[in-house]
Design a binder for this molecule. Structure first.
Ligand code: BG6
Length: 278
């Protein structure tokens, strides 16, 4: 079942319910903010105090960082680009069968986007809601000049407690430490005892989020970078829409094209970043 819903403040979202899972996607940012398999705990973390307000990114779920990840060269522009705070068009849904639904969202250049990023583009997000969650973010260059993008499916995973978590699959991978801006190499699994903000490079394998009672697998396609982020105690108190203890309950593992993995897209060409979560 697919329902188009509207909150009293006008905020719109699409709700999907099938025999595998339920999901909710806001039209602002094509932002998936709930995905839960039937009879199981939520996969995505969503801040209890997140704003569902126009022009402000939802804190949690899967914000789309596009057409840049982090800050652009012009530091006055918003961190992580404009796609996550812009209204998208809901193109439609396809109920493949009782257990699998796909949703398609679309964003293209407007007068407003051309002012901050002077390229013509088509951006499409297809989300598949089934036992597996699949997100396919396709960028098409509709301009007559090439452009560069960095991007991320900035997934906030819900965890039992951050002290219980380990991330497998990044051992020996080089990474850029976004706290010191040093290049380092990962030794072993990642565990959390302080703030972590890293862009792993040369990643072409599955990542496993190991929690107390479950494992979540992440498989990325057309991506060689993965961002791992937890703000820890002090940073959390300075983040918007996060309660003081929020850092204990999530970890971000972001399927990305960032830093050395930035992509150039030639006119009429496309690039599709894919994340499968199962
Ligand atoms: C992560 C970055 O991807 O996003 C962090 O690595 C950043 O440095 C975080 O703080 C959250 O960003 P925002 O803009 O959603 O508060």
């Amino acid at each position: 079942m697919i329902t188009h819903k509207k909150l009293s403040n006008g905020f719109e979202y699409i709700e999907v319910q099938n025999s595998s899972a339920t999901a909710k996607v806001a039209l602002q940012g094509a932002h998936l903010f709930e995905y839960q398999r039937v009879g199981q705990e939520a996969i995505l973390w969503l801040s209890e105090i997140s704003d569902f307000e126009q022009g402000r990114a939802i804190r949690g779920g899967v914000p789309l960082c596009w057409p840049w990840f982090g800050f652009s060269e012009d530091k006055t522009l918003p961190q992580h680009g404009f796609a996550r705070t812009t209204m998208w068009e809901f193109v439609g849904a396809n109920e493949i069968d009782d257990s699998e639904t796909t949703l398609l969202f679309r964003l293209s250049n407007s007068e407003q986007t051309l002012k901050i990023w002077n390229y013509k583009f088509l951006l499409e997000l297809q989300i598949t809601i089934s036992k597996e969650l699949k997100m396919e973010l396709k960028t098409t260059n509709l301009d007559d000049k090439a452009f560069k993008i960095s991007q991320a499916l900035h997934t906030y995973f819900s965890v039992s407690h951050i002290s219980e978590v380990a991330i497998k699959g990044l051992d020996k991978k080089p990474y850029l430490d976004a706290l010191s801006w040093q290049k380092e190499v990962q030794g072993g699994n990642i565990r959390f005892e302080e703030e972590v903000d890293r862009v792993y490079q040369e990643v072409n394998n599955e990542i496993i989020l190991v929690d107390k009672n479950r494992e979540i697998h992440i498989k990325n396609t057309n991506s060689a970078s993965v961002v791992v982020w937890n703000p820890w105690i002090e940073k959390t108190s300075r983040m918007s829409a996060m309660k003081e203890d929020a850092y204990e309950h999530f970890v971000c593992i972001e399927s990305a094209n960032a830093f050395d993995d930035t992509r150039v897209i030639e006119p009429k060409q496309s690039h599709t970043l894919i994340a499968q979560i199962f």
